[in-house]
Design a protein around this ligand. Sequence first.
Ligand code: URA
Length: 188
Amino acid sequence: GTESDRSGVADPWDALESEIRTCTACPLHQHRRHVVPGFGDRNAEWLFIGEGPGAEEDAQGLPFVGQAGKLLDQMLRAIDLVRGENVYIANAVKCRPPGNRTPEPGEIAACRPFLLRQIALIRPRIIILLGRSALHALFPSFRGSMASIRGQCLEFQGIPVVVTYHPAYLLRNLPEKAKAWEDLLFAR
Ligand code: URA
């Protein structure tokens, strides 16, 4: 019952999600079961960006529902956040890379316009980049290490950005968790 319904102008979120669901811009669309556009509060102050869907996410169409997602929920809780409440979770690529390989730079670039539209619609107060793929989605020319860039305040289109480790990396490197927690407290 909104003005835009009556005028026939598509809701920008509906338009964006339907474009994402029908996208064939890169080879990742060929093997997907479900596209994973993102999930959460569309007016969130906090935007978390991961890498891309894994097997569980591809099966359900939702981001971070597997093992890494459980750790992400703990990371959120560590700074008094709850998934979906003032938090939006997106990914650098919206379709699962086969065998959970790292997305190629060209795949991240092909999906980037969708991520930029999500950022423009949400207008978060802070963006948390989880791992290198998310970092490359917003800063494609960055060539340094995660260790050199984590835990500082960067800026993307005027929005503060903090980079930290991806939860799947933390599951393989548990001693690094302390650093990620530090980064999140800094972001908070
Ligand atoms: N890892 C990611 O980067 N994103 C997901 O949605 C799930 C796992």
